[in-house]
Structures are given as structure tokens and as C-alpha cells.
Design a protein around this ligand. Structure first.
Ligand code: UT7
Length: 315
């Protein structure tokens, strides 16, 4: 039985910062309201950067930390809901730009904010069939493209950015435990696609999603820890989807997890959908909160409604 461990992480953020004050000039809101209700002060927004460029820079940073070359990559996955092109996939564009071999399995993956963890799970499964032992997961989002800046219920939350991880698959590692699910819900959080006759912007029932997250994330953590035969004390760092500080505070309270074990960076980047968890993991690693041999519990939730948790170990 083989499994994956994280070899390297990286991220890339657009230059422009949009503060709560900036948003208060666009919709009726305030820095006080946004910070108190979400924990967010600012987020990044692409002006000149493309989704593919962000992905490329995050991937390069993760490869560099891993000491891996594009030629080592057997599986390249790009979880995203805001690709530059419907086709070709961003993964195929990365294949060309980075120079990954033609038999690298490259595709984009749609699991909204749960995308990073869906990507880890899928990479582990596919690497079992690959001649190469490294996988590259690159979450890259330009949510500003599908954000309605007249809707104060959504535009305060979302930001742009990319986060990446290089994983190594080996028979020296136990399989990474993971728990994934979806509820077949189209109303709570959606953006219409081409041909729907509506602008392709995000619609969200904030309260429904909040409730869903506060119920589902603790269940997901419990299932994951049970599967691994561990307790919350055995986890070195919890790395959650950075949707809302209040959601994470409820989760910490329900599960008895101390705040110092939970990495939070939504204050600076907001909710970056699939990229949130990947950026938070990279941040935690680079801040020295996770070292080789340590365990992180990643858990995310979002459109679908999907949820996903994985217990990752750093190589
Ligand atoms: O990544 C996908 C996952 N997405 C999420 O996790 C989002 C989860 N949901 C949330 O984060 C929260 O529901 C929001 C931050 C979106 C909203 O916070 P809330 O505490 O649920 O507020 P609410 O929607 O219940 O609205 C409370 C009040 C309302 O006014 P009244 O009816 O009480 O007079 C809203 O109109 O706050 C008002 N409001 C605002 N006021 C100032 C809603 N948005 C704003 C705003 N600024 N931006």
C-alpha cells in the first residue's frame, strides 16, 4: 500500500490589493462590518495577471521547494472554477509552459472551494498507475471575473490567487486518509455557465452555506481522524478553506481545537475558492508552522455542495 506526502508548496498572488474601504466605495458596507462578520480586511485582484500565469508561478515555487523537475511529474491537476479557457485546460497549458512530458496526465478539476483536497485525493489514486512518482496540484482562481460587484453579500468575500503542492508517491508512505462528499445542491452556491442566458456571476445563500459548513466540517474532521485512528491532538496544524473566520471559530469550539493549531490568512487574501486551502498550506509551511514529518489536516467545503478532508504529511 503506497501513499503520498507533500514535498513542496508554493503560491502566487496578484499585485493589486482591494481593501474593505475600497469595497465600501462600491457597495453599502464598511470595514467594521466585513471584518467582524468574516475576518477579512483585504483581498487580491488580477489586473494584468492571467489565471494561467498565477498557476505557473505557484507551480514553479512548489517544484523549487520540492527539488523536483517537470520531467518527474506523472499527474498534473488544476482545480479551478475560473480557467482562462474552457479548452484547453489550464493543466495542458502548464504542461507546455513547464515542459512536462506528453504522457503526464493533465486535466482541470471542478470541485469549487473543495478543489485542492479533491486534487490531493485524485493525484494519490492516479499516481498508482504512473511511471513517475510526483504529482502537481495547482489551484488557480480569478474569482473577480465571476464576482458581482453590486452584490454586497458576495463581493466582500472573494479574492484572486493560486496555490500549489508537489506530492511524492512512494511505497515508503502509508496511503493519505481522505474523506470526500457532495450533496447535489444547485441553489446554495452557483454561477451559471455558457448558454444559461444569465451573467456568469456567483450567487450565494450566505446563511445556508454558513450552516452547511459549521455542520459538515466537524463531521468531516471526525470521520477523517477515525479513519486514521488519531485524535485532534495528533494533528500539528489544521489548514481549512479560508471562507470566514466565524465558521472556523465555530469549528474550533465544536471540536476543541486550540486557535494556535489553526492557520488563518483570510484577513489578507479573503476566500480564493480552491486556492484558499493551498495558499494557506504554503503560508503555514513557509512560516515554519509545519516541518517535515508533521501532519496537517486540510478540510474544505463549497459549491456543489462539496466537502473534502485529507490528512497530509510533509515529506
Ligand atoms: O467558499 C464558499 C463558501 N462560502 C461561504 O462560506 C460563505 C458563508 N457565509 C458567510 O460567510 C456569511 O453568511 C456572509 C459573510 C456572506 C454574510 O454574513 P451573515 O452574518 O450571514 O449576514 P446575513 O446575510 O445574515 O445578513 C445580516 C445583515 C442583513 O441586514 P438585515 O436584513 O439584518 O437588515 C444584510 O442585508 O447584514 C446585511 N449585510 C451587510 N451589511 C453590510 C449583508 N452583507 C452586508 C455587507 N455589509 N457586506
Amino acid at each position: 500500500m503506497s501513499g503520498i506526502r507533500i514535498r513542496g508548496t508554493g503560491c502566487s498572488l496578484p499585485r493589486q490589493t482591494v481593501t474593505n474601504q475600497d469595497l465600501s466605495r462600491m457597495v453599502e458596507t464598511s470595514d467594521e462590518w466585513i471584518y467582524a462578520r468574516t475576518g477579512i480586511r483585504e483581498r487580491r485582484r488580477c489586473v494584468e495577471e492571467s489565471q494561467c500565469e498565477l498557476a505557473l508561478n505557484a507551480a514553479r515555487a512548489a517544484l523549487e521547494m520540492a527539488g523536483a523537475s517537470p520531467a518527474d511529474i506523472g499527474v498534473c491537476l488544476v482545480p479551478t472554477i475560473t480557467p482562462d479557457y474552457i479548452t484547453p485546460s489550464t493543466a495542458c497549458m502548464l504542461q507546455k509552459e513547464l515542459g512536462m512530458p506528453e504522457d503526464t496526465v493533465c486535466f482541470d478539476l471542478s470541485a469549487a472551494c473543495s478543489g485542492f483536497v479533491f486534487g490531493l485525493h485524485t493525484a494519490q489514486a492516479l499516481l498508482a498507475y504512473s511511471r513517475r512518482k510526483y504529482g502537481l496540484i495547482v489551484c488557480s482562481e480569478v474569482l473577480s471575473r465571476i464576482t458581482d460587484y453590486t452584490d454586497r453579500g458576495t463581493c466582500i468575500l472573494f479574492g484572486d490567487g493560486a496555490g500549489a503542492a508537489v506530492v511524492e508517491y512512494s511505497d515508503r508512505y502509508a496511503p493519505m486518509p481522505s474523506v470526500l462528499g457532495a450533496r447535489g445542491d444547485r441553489e446554495s452556491l452557483y454561477a451559471p455557465g455558457i448558454g444559461r442566458g444569465e451573467p456568469p456571476v456567483l450567487h450565494m445563500g450566505g446563511t445556508q452555506v454558513f450552516k452547511f459548513a459549521v455542520e459538515t466540517v466537524p463531521e468531516c474532521i471526525r470521520a477523517l481522524l477515525d479513519r486514521a485512528g488519531l485524535t485532534p491532538e495528533d494533528v500539528d496544524q489544521f489548514v481549512f478553506h479560508q471562507a470566514n473566520r466565524r465558521i472556523l471559530e465555530r469549528v474550533m469550539k465544536k471540536m476543541g481545537i486550540p486557535e494556535e493549531k489553526v492557520w488563518m490568512n483570510m484577513e489578507h487574501y479573503g476566500n480564493v475558492s480552491s486556492a484558499s486551502t493551498a495558499i494557506a498550506l504554503d503560508d503555514a509551511v513557509r512560516a515554519g508552522r509545519l516541518a517535515p514529518g508533521q501532519k496537517a489536516l486540510c478540510c474544505a467545503f463549497g459549491g456543489g455542495l462539496t466537502w473534502a478532508g485529507a490528512l497530509v504529511e510533509l515529506a
